[in-house]
Design a protein around this ligand. Structure first.
Ligand SMILES: CC(C)(COP(=O)(O)OP(=O)(O)OC[C@H]1O[C@@H](n2cnc3c(N)ncnc32)[C@H](O)[C@@H]1OP(=O)(O)O)[C@@H](O)C(=O)NCCC(=O)NCCS
Length: 149
């Protein structure tokens, strides 16, 4: 498996994976969004035997970096691919001198919450009815303070 920055040739496969990962109320990314983000933000993919097994997208703003989305193809889950994607992005963020990584996650997304907690993220607050279907979100953060995930 390799983890690498995504390029324009990955957009069609990323879009296909996105459709499988997220329903409409979870704001799936369009092809043009992927194209925009790979130019303007941090978009890394995990590639296994030429297939995109997962991706992570971090939005980089002036002070904060926000984990916008992470997803792993069902066939490749439970192999630490999400963990490796987050570790890779974390190194990149430290080299860019970001001090914290924040995110929102559905309170019913146990797998993602466990992943973030395992890697050291803390819940800062609960955001009421954050998602289209009325589900609340946890706002979580990880402070680097000189250390990678
Ligand atoms: C959440 C998701 C990215 C995890 O991907 P993954 O590659 O299977 O996760 P990893 O193998 O790296 O797991 C690392 C840790 O995360 C946690 N975790 C992952 N999947 C879990 C599950 N189904 N239940 C509980 N904890 C889970 C565990 O702590 C795990 O560590 P462990 O294996 O030592 O117990 C994947 O389930 C997914 O793509 N879900 C759909 C999309 C999504 O909800 N994305 C997050 C919101 S944007």
């Amino acid at each position: 498996m390799i983890i690498r920055k995504s390029g324009p040739a990955d957009v069609a496969s990323l879009y296909k994976l996105e459709q499988e990962l997220f329903s409409i109320e979870n704001f799936p990314l369009s092809k043009s969004s992927f194209t925009y983000h790979l130019r303007n933000n941090l978009l890394y993919i995990a590639e296994v035997d030429g297939n995109i097994a997962g991706y992570v997208l971090v939005l980089i703003k002036r002070v904060n970096a926000k984990l916008y989305s992470i997803g792993v193809d069902e066939a490749y889950r439970g192999k630490k691919i999400a963990q490796m994607l987050l570790e890779k992005i974390s190194k990149e963020l430290i080299s860019l001198e970001f001090k914290r990584l924040v995110l929102e996650v559905r309170v019913d997304n146990e797998a993602a919450i466990s992943l973030y907690k395992k890697l050291g993220f803390s819940v800062i607050k609960r955001l009421k009815s954050f998602y289209r279907d009325g589900c609340d979100a946890y706002f979580m953060e990880y402070e680097y303070a000189g250390k990678a995930l």
